[in-house]
Each structure stands twice: as C-alpha cells, then as structure tokens.
Unconditional design. Structure first.
Length: 201
C-alpha cells in the first residue's frame, strides 16, 4: 500500500535519449539521428513494463505501439493521428491500446493511473523501479518535461551529425552522475557513453 500511495503522490519521471554530444541533436527528418543496436536494446530494457510518453511525431516515426508498455501519445490534433490509421498507413487505431491526450500534464496523470492500477494488481513486483514513467521524445516534449524530470538516461554519441530536433540543455540541473559506461558500436564505429544523471537534492 505504501508503494501505491507513493505513486499517487509522485512517480519518478525519467527521460531517455540518444544525443549528439557536440550539438545536442537527437533527430532529423522525423527519424532518430542514431540507431545503435546495443543502445536500442538498452532502451527496451529500461522502458519495458513502464508507461512511455511521447509526442505524435515520435509515435508516427516508430509506427506502432511499443510492446509491453503503456503508450501515451500527446497531440493537440488527434484527428491527424487517426487519419493516418484510417488511410491504411498504420494499423487499426481502435485496437491499438494507445492512450491519446492533449497535454503533458494529462499524459503524466494517465501514466500515474497505469502505475497505480498495476501496483494494486501486483503486476510490477518484478521491476527495479516500479513507479517510473519514461519520456521518450521528441524535442518539444523533452523541453516541456525537463523541469519535471527526476532522472536522465542519456546516450552521448561522439558525433557532430546535423539534426533538426534537439534536447534542451540539461547540464545545469542534472549534476549527480549515478552511472557511466563508455562503449563503441562495432557496426558504425561510433563511440558513445551511457550516462545516468539525477538532480542534486
């Protein structure tokens, strides 16, 4: 019951992003700037079983709900999302299980409701952080969410690749490093670092 009450009050809100270390770019032309196999696996491991919140463009770039996660999509124009499904560009929206909301605040509230329901039913007992909600993009959603976020899971890629979507500057507020691992992608040769950061309390 204490866990359920904690979620009702304030779940942990986290951002996951792969970022060009030299210019903070995360995407270009509606697609991820980097697709690193091990990083995608890490993303799946981190977010599996948790609510994930994203903007409409991010959702459409993925093209389907992420399995084993509650998918919450923020859009002020749900008809545009629906029209993609109705035109055959996507699968049946009515059967997708997506939650569509107009604002970040409502998305977080819906994520909290998912966590609370799962905790009451015992579904989240095997998760390391059962009260965590993930923000997964894009740039505008990151900008809105950053003041509310408790933790960042970043992949800093040693690259100056040009992008048109960026993550806002986090360095001033997130100074407590809790994890770091330097890596190299064998396929692309890209060097990158996994780094987890929290706010100093």
């Amino acid at each position: 019951m204490d866990e359920v009450n904690s979620v009702m009050n304030k779940p942990r809100i986290s951002i996951v992003a792969a970022v060009a270390s030299k210019n903070a770019a995360i995407g270009k032309g509606g697609k991820l700037l980097f697709r690193i196999s091990d990083d995608l696996k890490r993303f799946k491991a981190l977010t599996k079983g948790h609510p994930v919140i994203m903007g409409r463009k991010t959702y459409e770039s993925i093209g389907r709900p992420l399995p084993e996660r509650a998918n919450i999509v923020i859009t002020r124009n749900p008809d545009a999302l629906r029209s993609n499904f109705e035109s055959g560009k996507r699968f049946d929206l009515g059967k997708s299980g997506l939650v569509i909301v107009p604002s970040l605040e409502e998305a977080i509230q819906r994520g909290r409701e998912v966590l609370r329901s799962d905790l009451k039913s015992g579904k989240r007992s095997d998760l390391k952080d059962p009260d965590e909600i993930f923000i997964i993009g894009g740039g505008e959603i990151y900008r809105q969410a950053l003041p509310l976020v408790d933790k960042l899971y970043l992949t800093l890629v040693e690259s100056d690749a040009k992008g048109d979507v960026f993550i806002p500057d986090w360095r001033k507020d997130f100074t407590k490093e809790t994890f770091r691992e330097e890596r190299c992608d064998e396929k692309t040769g890209l060097k990158y670092t996994w780094i987890d950061l929290e706010r100093e309390r």
